[in-house]
Unconditional design. Structure first.
Length: 295
Protein backbone atom coordinates (compact mmCIF):
# COMPACT_ATOMS: atom_id res chain seq x y z
CA UNK A 1 0.00 0.00 0.00
CA UNK A 2 1.22 3.50 -0.91
CA UNK A 3 0.15 5.96 1.78
CA UNK A 4 0.01 9.59 0.67
CA UNK A 5 -0.19 12.33 3.29
CA UNK A 6 -1.33 15.73 2.07
CA UNK A 7 -3.22 13.96 -0.71
CA UNK A 8 -5.73 16.80 -1.08
CA UNK A 9 -3.00 19.27 -2.03
CA UNK A 10 -1.59 19.89 -5.51
CA UNK A 11 1.53 17.75 -5.13
CA UNK A 12 -0.18 15.01 -3.12
CA UNK A 13 -3.07 14.72 -5.55
CA UNK A 14 -0.62 14.44 -8.45
CA UNK A 15 1.27 11.69 -6.63
CA UNK A 16 -1.92 9.75 -5.97
CA UNK A 17 -3.09 10.15 -9.56
CA UNK A 18 0.23 8.96 -11.01
CA UNK A 19 0.30 5.91 -8.75
CA UNK A 20 -3.30 5.01 -9.58
CA UNK A 21 -2.57 5.35 -13.30
CA UNK A 22 0.10 2.72 -12.73
CA UNK A 23 -2.57 0.54 -11.07
CA UNK A 24 -0.81 0.75 -7.69
CA UNK A 25 -2.81 0.73 -4.44
CA UNK A 26 -3.08 4.12 -2.76
CA UNK A 27 -4.37 5.20 0.63
CA UNK A 28 -4.97 8.94 0.54
CA UNK A 29 -4.73 10.63 3.93
CA UNK A 30 -6.84 13.76 4.35
CA UNK A 31 -7.86 16.03 7.23
CA UNK A 32 -11.60 15.57 6.72
CA UNK A 33 -13.72 13.13 4.78
CA UNK A 34 -15.02 15.71 2.28
CA UNK A 35 -11.48 16.19 0.94
CA UNK A 36 -11.41 12.53 -0.03
CA UNK A 37 -14.30 12.50 -2.51
CA UNK A 38 -12.28 13.22 -5.66
CA UNK A 39 -9.50 10.90 -4.51
CA UNK A 40 -11.97 8.07 -3.91
CA UNK A 41 -13.16 8.47 -7.49
CA UNK A 42 -9.57 7.78 -8.60
CA UNK A 43 -9.75 4.48 -6.74
CA UNK A 44 -7.90 5.57 -3.62
CA UNK A 45 -8.69 4.20 -0.20
CA UNK A 46 -9.40 7.17 2.08
CA UNK A 47 -8.04 7.64 5.60
CA UNK A 48 -8.93 10.63 7.75
CA UNK A 49 -6.18 11.65 10.15
CA UNK A 50 -5.06 14.72 12.06
CA UNK A 51 -1.29 15.16 11.85
CA UNK A 52 -1.25 15.93 15.57
CA UNK A 53 -2.82 12.58 16.47
CA UNK A 54 -0.15 9.89 16.60
CA UNK A 55 -2.73 7.11 16.96
CA UNK A 56 -4.62 8.28 13.85
CA UNK A 57 -1.34 8.48 11.95
CA UNK A 58 -0.43 4.96 13.01
CA UNK A 59 -3.77 3.65 11.76
CA UNK A 60 -3.27 5.42 8.43
CA UNK A 61 0.18 3.81 8.14
CA UNK A 62 -1.04 0.28 8.81
CA UNK A 63 0.22 -2.04 6.07
CA UNK A 64 2.20 0.72 4.33
CA UNK A 65 4.84 -0.32 1.81
CA UNK A 66 5.69 3.25 0.82
CA UNK A 67 4.76 6.59 2.37
CA UNK A 68 4.80 10.16 1.09
CA UNK A 69 5.03 12.48 4.08
CA UNK A 70 4.23 16.18 3.87
CA UNK A 71 4.18 18.53 6.86
CA UNK A 72 2.72 21.93 5.95
CA UNK A 73 3.53 25.20 7.68
CA UNK A 74 0.28 26.27 9.40
CA UNK A 75 -0.96 29.62 8.14
CA UNK A 76 -3.41 30.79 10.81
CA UNK A 77 -1.14 30.17 13.77
CA UNK A 78 0.63 32.76 15.95
CA UNK A 79 3.58 30.38 16.47
CA UNK A 80 3.81 28.46 13.17
CA UNK A 81 7.39 27.26 13.61
CA UNK A 82 6.69 25.72 17.02
CA UNK A 83 3.54 24.06 15.71
CA UNK A 84 5.28 22.66 12.64
CA UNK A 85 8.19 21.29 14.69
CA UNK A 86 5.71 19.61 17.04
CA UNK A 87 3.83 18.12 14.09
CA UNK A 88 7.09 16.82 12.61
CA UNK A 89 8.00 15.13 15.89
CA UNK A 90 4.58 13.45 16.11
CA UNK A 91 4.83 12.21 12.52
CA UNK A 92 8.33 10.89 13.17
CA UNK A 93 7.06 8.93 16.19
CA UNK A 94 4.37 7.32 14.05
CA UNK A 95 6.79 6.51 11.22
CA UNK A 96 9.33 5.00 13.62
CA UNK A 97 6.84 2.20 14.28
CA UNK A 98 6.82 1.40 10.54
CA UNK A 99 10.55 1.32 9.78
CA UNK A 100 10.17 -1.23 6.98
CA UNK A 101 8.22 1.24 4.84
CA UNK A 102 10.00 3.37 2.25
CA UNK A 103 9.36 6.95 3.37
CA UNK A 104 9.58 9.85 0.94
CA UNK A 105 9.67 13.25 2.62
CA UNK A 106 8.64 16.30 0.62
CA UNK A 107 11.35 18.76 1.61
CA UNK A 108 12.85 22.01 0.29
CA UNK A 109 15.92 23.29 -1.49
CA UNK A 110 18.28 24.54 1.20
CA UNK A 111 17.11 22.07 3.84
CA UNK A 112 20.71 21.06 4.52
CA UNK A 113 21.29 24.52 6.05
CA UNK A 114 20.65 24.88 9.77
CA UNK A 115 20.65 28.66 10.28
CA UNK A 116 18.90 31.78 9.01
CA UNK A 117 16.72 30.29 6.28
CA UNK A 118 13.29 30.87 7.79
CA UNK A 119 10.71 28.36 6.60
CA UNK A 120 13.41 26.19 5.04
CA UNK A 121 15.10 25.72 8.42
CA UNK A 122 11.97 23.86 9.54
CA UNK A 123 12.59 21.37 6.75
CA UNK A 124 16.09 20.89 8.14
CA UNK A 125 14.39 19.70 11.34
CA UNK A 126 11.99 17.59 9.26
CA UNK A 127 14.83 15.80 7.49
CA UNK A 128 16.73 15.18 10.73
CA UNK A 129 13.66 13.76 12.46
CA UNK A 130 12.89 11.39 9.60
CA UNK A 131 16.49 10.22 9.29
CA UNK A 132 16.13 8.94 12.84
CA UNK A 133 12.67 7.45 12.24
CA UNK A 134 13.06 5.69 8.90
CA UNK A 135 15.47 3.03 7.67
CA UNK A 136 14.52 3.64 4.01
CA UNK A 137 14.26 7.35 3.40
CA UNK A 138 14.08 9.49 0.28
CA UNK A 139 14.41 13.24 0.77
CA UNK A 140 12.75 14.88 -2.22
CA UNK A 141 13.93 18.47 -2.02
CA UNK A 142 11.76 20.71 -4.14
CA UNK A 143 12.43 24.13 -5.58
CA UNK A 144 9.91 26.91 -4.94
CA UNK A 145 6.51 26.09 -6.43
CA UNK A 146 5.36 28.14 -9.40
CA UNK A 147 1.90 28.18 -7.85
CA UNK A 148 3.19 30.36 -4.99
CA UNK A 149 2.79 33.32 -7.34
CA UNK A 150 -0.97 32.77 -7.14
CA UNK A 151 -0.93 34.79 -3.90
CA UNK A 152 0.00 38.01 -5.72
CA UNK A 153 -1.56 37.26 -9.09
CA UNK A 154 -4.76 39.26 -8.41
CA UNK A 155 -2.61 42.30 -7.54
CA UNK A 156 -0.57 41.91 -10.72
CA UNK A 157 -3.67 41.61 -12.88
CA UNK A 158 -5.43 44.59 -11.31
CA UNK A 159 -2.45 46.95 -11.00
CA UNK A 160 -0.10 45.85 -13.76
CA UNK A 161 2.68 45.44 -11.20
CA UNK A 162 3.96 42.10 -9.90
CA UNK A 163 5.44 42.66 -6.42
CA UNK A 164 8.44 40.42 -5.81
CA UNK A 165 10.49 39.44 -2.79
CA UNK A 166 13.02 38.07 -5.28
CA UNK A 167 15.55 40.88 -5.71
CA UNK A 168 16.92 41.74 -8.23
CA UNK A 169 13.98 40.88 -10.46
CA UNK A 170 16.22 39.68 -13.30
CA UNK A 171 17.96 37.08 -11.12
CA UNK A 172 17.05 33.53 -12.12
CA UNK A 173 16.04 31.03 -9.46
CA UNK A 174 14.85 27.40 -9.43
CA UNK A 175 11.11 26.77 -9.47
CA UNK A 176 8.76 23.91 -10.31
CA UNK A 177 5.08 23.21 -10.82
CA UNK A 178 3.60 21.47 -7.77
CA UNK A 179 2.07 18.79 -9.98
CA UNK A 180 5.49 17.85 -11.31
CA UNK A 181 6.72 17.31 -7.75
CA UNK A 182 3.94 14.76 -7.34
CA UNK A 183 4.80 12.98 -10.57
CA UNK A 184 8.47 12.67 -9.60
CA UNK A 185 7.49 11.54 -6.11
CA UNK A 186 5.27 8.80 -7.53
CA UNK A 187 8.14 7.53 -9.66
CA UNK A 188 10.50 7.42 -6.70
CA UNK A 189 7.93 5.74 -4.47
CA UNK A 190 7.26 3.04 -7.05
CA UNK A 191 10.93 2.16 -7.54
CA UNK A 192 11.85 -1.10 -5.86
CA UNK A 193 15.62 -0.70 -5.91
CA UNK A 194 15.82 1.57 -2.85
CA UNK A 195 17.69 -0.15 -0.04
CA UNK A 196 18.26 0.92 3.54
CA UNK A 197 19.73 4.37 3.94
CA UNK A 198 18.94 7.90 2.82
CA UNK A 199 18.55 8.99 -0.79
CA UNK A 200 18.50 12.70 -1.66
CA UNK A 201 16.83 13.91 -4.86
CA UNK A 202 16.58 17.60 -5.80
CA UNK A 203 13.79 18.49 -8.21
CA UNK A 204 13.09 21.67 -10.18
CA UNK A 205 11.43 22.69 -13.41
CA UNK A 206 12.81 22.52 -16.96
CA UNK A 207 14.49 25.94 -16.70
CA UNK A 208 15.26 28.59 -14.12
CA UNK A 209 13.25 31.80 -14.24
CA UNK A 210 13.25 35.36 -12.92
CA UNK A 211 10.49 37.56 -11.55
CA UNK A 212 10.62 39.37 -14.91
CA UNK A 213 9.84 36.06 -16.62
CA UNK A 214 6.88 35.54 -14.28
CA UNK A 215 5.54 39.02 -15.05
CA UNK A 216 5.91 38.44 -18.79
CA UNK A 217 4.10 35.11 -18.54
CA UNK A 218 1.23 36.80 -16.68
CA UNK A 219 1.10 39.49 -19.35
CA UNK A 220 1.07 36.93 -22.16
CA UNK A 221 -1.64 34.84 -20.48
CA UNK A 222 -3.91 37.76 -19.58
CA UNK A 223 -3.32 40.15 -22.45
CA UNK A 224 -2.56 42.90 -19.93
CA UNK A 225 0.79 44.63 -19.44
CA UNK A 226 2.50 43.48 -16.23
CA UNK A 227 5.95 44.40 -14.96
CA UNK A 228 7.93 42.98 -12.06
CA UNK A 229 8.90 45.27 -9.20
CA UNK A 230 11.17 44.31 -6.31
CA UNK A 231 9.37 45.18 -3.10
CA UNK A 232 11.68 47.25 -0.88
CA UNK A 233 13.06 45.19 2.00
CA UNK A 234 11.75 47.62 4.61
CA UNK A 235 8.20 47.08 3.34
CA UNK A 236 8.18 43.29 3.57
CA UNK A 237 6.93 42.98 7.16
CA UNK A 238 4.06 45.44 6.68
CA UNK A 239 3.07 43.81 3.39
CA UNK A 240 2.93 40.36 4.98
CA UNK A 241 0.98 41.71 7.96
CA UNK A 242 -1.60 43.18 5.60
CA UNK A 243 -1.87 39.71 4.11
CA UNK A 244 -3.00 38.40 7.49
CA UNK A 245 0.21 36.67 8.60
CA UNK A 246 1.37 36.67 12.19
CA UNK A 247 4.63 38.40 13.12
CA UNK A 248 6.39 35.04 13.51
CA UNK A 249 5.09 33.73 10.18
CA UNK A 250 6.20 36.93 8.45
CA UNK A 251 9.64 36.61 10.03
CA UNK A 252 10.01 33.10 8.59
CA UNK A 253 9.22 34.37 5.09
CA UNK A 254 11.55 37.36 5.43
CA UNK A 255 14.42 35.14 6.55
CA UNK A 256 13.72 32.77 3.66
CA UNK A 257 13.87 35.48 1.01
CA UNK A 258 16.94 37.05 2.59
CA UNK A 259 18.56 33.64 2.13
CA UNK A 260 17.17 33.36 -1.42
CA UNK A 261 18.50 36.76 -2.43
CA UNK A 262 21.89 35.93 -0.92
CA UNK A 263 22.05 32.85 -3.18
CA UNK A 264 21.88 30.33 -0.34
CA UNK A 265 18.74 28.42 -1.42
CA UNK A 266 19.76 25.98 -4.13
CA UNK A 267 20.75 22.40 -4.81
CA UNK A 268 23.20 21.07 -2.23
CA UNK A 269 26.42 20.92 -4.20
CA UNK A 270 27.80 17.46 -4.86
CA UNK A 271 25.05 15.69 -2.93
CA UNK A 272 22.38 13.33 -4.22
CA UNK A 273 20.60 13.19 -7.55
CA UNK A 274 18.80 15.68 -9.79
CA UNK A 275 15.31 15.42 -11.29
CA UNK A 276 13.42 17.84 -13.51
CA UNK A 277 9.74 18.53 -14.08
CA UNK A 278 8.34 19.15 -17.54
CA UNK A 279 5.84 21.96 -16.92
CA UNK A 280 7.09 25.31 -18.18
CA UNK A 281 6.39 28.53 -16.30
CA UNK A 282 4.20 29.84 -19.11
CA UNK A 283 1.86 26.84 -18.85
CA UNK A 284 1.58 27.05 -15.06
CA UNK A 285 0.81 30.76 -15.23
CA UNK A 286 -1.79 30.23 -17.95
CA UNK A 287 -3.62 27.80 -15.68
CA UNK A 288 -3.50 30.21 -12.74
CA UNK A 289 -4.73 33.17 -14.79
CA UNK A 290 -7.52 31.06 -16.30
CA UNK A 291 -8.58 30.01 -12.80
CA UNK A 292 -8.88 33.61 -11.66
CA UNK A 293 -10.72 34.74 -14.78
CA UNK A 294 -13.23 31.89 -14.47
CA UNK A 295 -13.93 32.68 -10.84
Amino acid sequence: MHVIFGAAGKAGRATAMALRRAALPVRAVVRDAAQGDALAKMGCEIAVADLHDVDALSRALDGAHAVQMLIPLPRDDPRPADTMRSTIDIAARALAAHRDAHVLALSDYGAELDTDTGITMLFHHFEAALRDASAKLTLLRSAEHMQNWMRVLPVALSSGVLPSFHDPVDKRFPTISAGDVGVVSARLLSETSHVEGTRIVSVEGPSRVSAIDVAQSISDASGRPVKALALPRDQWAATLARGGLSDQHARLIIELFDAHNAGRIDVEEGVGERAFGTTKLRRAVEEMVAGIEVS
